[in-house]
Design a protein around this ligand. Sequence first.
Ligand SMILES: CC(C)(COP(=O)(O)OP(=O)(O)OC[C@H]1O[C@@H](n2cnc3c(N)ncnc32)[C@H](O)[C@@H]1OP(=O)(O)O)[C@@H](O)C(=O)NCCC(=O)NCCS
Length: 160
Amino acid sequence: MSSRLTVEQVPVDVVLPLRSAVLRNGGPAGTPGDDDPATLHLAARRHDGAVVGVVRLAAAPCPWRPDARAPWQLRGMATDPAVRGTGAGRALVEAGLALVADRGADLVWCNARETAVGFYERMGFTVLTGPFDVEPIGPHLGMLKDLGARTGPVGGRRSS
Ligand SMILES: CC(C)(COP(=O)(O)OP(=O)(O)OC[C@H]1O[C@@H](n2cnc3c(N)ncnc32)[C@H](O)[C@@H]1OP(=O)(O)O)[C@@H](O)C(=O)NCCC(=O)NCCS
């Protein structure tokens, strides 16, 4: 992680402005399940407290691994263009993976924008699908990262 950043779990209202600006072109950025108490929202903050990166993780069945014991979905991944390439995205994903592993997750999956596939590959995710279109955003690919067999509490299964 960049030494100038801290990553912490935050209420959903903290992540919405950057999620809206980066992923929704300034539009409404709420996603079903955001208010579920089991949903994790993480923010990366600069030393002055400004939020420069956000991500969300929630337990959700994996479309490509229906047999997964405790799958979680990563979504709402965004960093401020001013800090890209400095480790904010990595810090968020690593913190998120550690948190869900503690909750018993056996894999994390995402629908990755085609332009972000290389980022997720750097984070250890593997492409599972060909490109598919998500209107109005554009092409996405299904990706996942196995966290390995673990014992411990399971975060539950639900759609979100
Ligand atoms: C994708 C995104 C979250 C990456 O955030 P970031 O803060 O730049 O990521 P980091 O600086 O931590 O980069 C981590 C590594 O991934 C690489 N990387 C970052 N973005 C990449 C990309 N789009 N393609 C390929 N590699 C990328 C970095 O070079 C770095 O490599 P390293 O391991 O050699 O150091 C950011 O570019 C973003 O918000 N994009 C717009 C929104 C978006 O597409 N979100 C994902 C939706 S599925």
